[in-house]
Design a protein. Sequence first.
Length: 174
Amino acid sequence: MKRYRYAIFMIVVIGLIAIFDRQAAALSVNNAGLQLKQMFFVIPPIFLLLGLLDVWVPRTTMVKYMGEGSGMKGILLAFLIGSAAAGPLYGAFPVAAVFMKKGVKFLNLMVFIGAWSTTKIPMLMFEIESLGLKFALTRLAIDIPGIILIAFLLTKLMSKGELEEIYKNSEAMA
């Protein structure tokens, strides 16, 4: 029961909304259904690719290119992988969990998630088309250093114990 408390709470809220405004409640249920449908189309391919990544890419390779000693090479690779990704941000977290299992440095994980959320290539193409090249490149020029700065700050602000616990939790999930 505790595990599903948020879902139960939302069902109760939609039920209360339905008492006062059936159309708003129907719209909420329809939107929730569309979101679930989208998730069912996005999550399975991501998990399939994660399974292949887990089997085909050895831990030593991931550590070499994105682990503790990877330096700028790891940051650049994290940016490229995150920017090349397609799909909503919630797809980045299972990928990050597998990366953690493979020994990817926390800084590179934060860069990867930042790139996935902010610098995706399809989004950049859309921005260039609809808002212009100058806007898209200006936003990119601000976002890239911002992502790196935030990743460094998060890495420095977290204690070694907190990081170890995050990695331990990811091992249990993956």
